[in-house]
Ligand binder design. Structure first.
Ligand code: 13P
Length: 249
């Protein structure tokens, strides 16, 4: 049986003061019910997360990772550094990185591999744009995005990822995929995982991301193949983040 997981993607938001207040609020409100949870924060704040969250029920992670293990790569942060700050997770292939940094499916696959090689769990993001959805290309697009990762990782490692379906048109727009729309894609992604590794496909957590809020989280997470959420805006308010964590039926 898969457990539910709710991950906050803070994106490029926060300050030491704001983070402390947000994390305090989350820790104060967690009551042991609801989903497992984590926050993926800007790299400069990983140390703060380690200090404030160690020993708590909240895991932490980063939002990107280098493909290379270490060396002359100015500006990059490698997976071993994330491990050094006790990260459990790292997001790879977020649509904002694909769009603004030209990250290809092949590059995202290499980032997922770098994370796994260092003992991190990559949260691999896939999702289609509105134009792609309207052209009927959703399954082909997300299939190719996941396919590149599975091809590089191989059947054994593929079971160790977390997958996140984030329709680009639903991110930060207030437009959420209906539970049925999201479930359709999640089921297709799981079928693709099954083709790669029938045994462990049932254990891979597939999160939904895109304008998830306390009000719509319950219906989304009640779908058989939706195992939690990757939360942007609503992860920046303790009450909203906690509301989503508690929305797990
Ligand atoms: P929003 O929840 O703000 O739509 O962002 C979703 C997202 O991109 C999470 O990675």
């Amino acid at each position: 049986m898969r457990s539910k997981l709710v991950v906050g993607n803070w994106k490029m938001n926060g300050s030491r003061e704001a983070n402390a207040a947000l994390l305090d609020g989350i820790l104060a409100g967690l009551d042991g019910t609801g989903a497992d949870c984590a926050v993926c924060v800007p790299a400069p704040y990983l140390f703060q997360c380690e200090q404030l969250l160690a020993g708590s029920a909240v895991a932490w992670g980063a939002q990107d990772v280098a493909t290379e293990p270490c060396g002359a790569f100015t500006g990059e942060v490698c997976a071993a550094m994330l491990r050094d700050f006790a990260c459990r997770y790292v997001i790879v292939g977020h649509s904002e990185r694909r769009a603004y940094h030209g990250e290809s499916n092949a590059l995202v696959a290499r980032k997922a591999k770098a994370a796994l090689d260092a003992g991190l769990t990559p949260i691999v993001c896939v999702g289609e744009t509105l134009a792609q959805r309207e052209a009927g290309e959703t399954m082909a697009v997300v299939g190719a995005q996941l396919g590149a990762v599975l091809a590089l990782l191989g059947p054994g490692a593929a079971a160790k990822i977390v997958l996140s379906y984030e329709p680009v048109w639903a991110i930060g727009t207030g437009k959420t995929a209906t539970p049925a729309m999201a479930q359709e894609v999640h089921a297709a992604l799981r079928a693709q995982l099954r083709d790669c590794n029938a045994e462990s496909a049932e254990n891979v957590q597939i999160l939904y991301g895109g304008s998830m809020k306390p009000e719509n989280a319950r219906d989304l997470m009640a779908q058989p193949d939706i195992d939690g959420g990757l939360i942007g805006g609503a992860a920046l308010k303790a009450a909203d983040f906690l509301g989503i964590i508690r929305a797990v039926a």
